[in-house]
Design a protein around this ligand. Sequence first.
Ligand code: SF4
Length: 431
Amino acid sequence: MTLQRKLAILADAAKYDASCASSGTSKRSSVGGAGIGSTEGSGICHSYAPDGRCISLLKILLTNFCQYDCLYCVNRVSSNVPRARFTVQEVVDLTLDFYRRNCIEGLFLSSGIIQNPDYTMEQVVEVARTLREDHDFRGYIHLKTIPDASPELLRRAGLYADRLSINVELPTDQGLATLAPEKDGAAIRRSMANLRVHIDDARGAARDAAAVSVVSMPTSMPRRAAAPKFAPAGQSTQMIVGADATDDRTILSTSANLYGAYRLRRVYYSAFSPIPDASSSLPLAAPPMVREHRLYQADWLMRFYGFAHDEIVPPAAPGDSAGGGMLSLDVDPKLAWALAHRDRFPVDLNAAPREMLLRVPGLGVKAVERLLMARRVRRLRSDDLKRLHVPLKKVMAFVEVADHRPGHALEAADLAARLKPVPVQASLFSA
Ligand code: SF4
């Protein structure tokens, strides 16, 4: 099979993996002629999958042969798809080739499970080792680790990769047992805990190294001893949404637990994609993409806006089959929360604490910081909000400033309808 054909199969097989963002790693550069690549963005060509996801990394599987039979996966052993397998050297050559041609900013490598988890993980690690040690590759590397691989292999993976991820796949252990019976939720969490220990140790060592005074020789630049690095961009995971009946409240609860227990950098939500010859246990249609989007917004509220997971989505009432436990698809989760908690508004922008400002629909973290700075020197008025580019239509019903009080606007029965974004017909020809 030609390399091009393998690439077509194995890049296509990797497209279902959403967790490929390249944020948060340490800076490396080849300026000065040493090494190849850099983790900075200049000259990188970004491309997008049809659903809008960034695929600026060379995102491939080492192989789509897999001995497991996860029902939601197109690569499962019982799936009737063309199969291919790269050698380690082929992946290394492709990465360097694409990088030199400025098509990618790094590599995202995952794999189906062949022979056994350790054998597969060894091959994945060997790709990263060869790139780093033999070619001094300084681009971004994200390795998808194989659940159940040995702790020693996970440790080695972290020495070469910027980011490691282990997919929890489904929001509940029960879902995993039904749809991916060979996967073990407890083993996945053990691997995550293992990575967390290594990441914490490396960060602790970096802090200790930074605290040591700088040593300088008379003829050299002052330098600190470099602390060992382990997956500097941390670990992440991915959850498939809509493959089973788990509601959004449960999904956010699982995410909150993962962030808290394993200090994950990101949980990625991937709307289930129907696959050919799928099992009858799976839904026939994909969930609306907007559900995935709402989960990302809710996730953002938990990480940056001080919302607890269980206050974002109301629990389902007993016997409720119409939207209980689910995020609204019509309005974003912060606006939905504000509409459901009107008694907490209006918020006085001249006096309210930061935590409450962050709960005002339409005010992002940056806008809140700017408001806090501005109100130190003057009493805020409506014109100040305009100058700060705050979305007035969304914000004004929920706030008061020196020259504005919303009065009874908050009680209006049609408030939700008025604040709901107006659908815009996309144009093929606009810029
Ligand atoms: S182990 Fe991974 S590649 Fe294999 S069937 Fe399950 S999800 Fe697919």
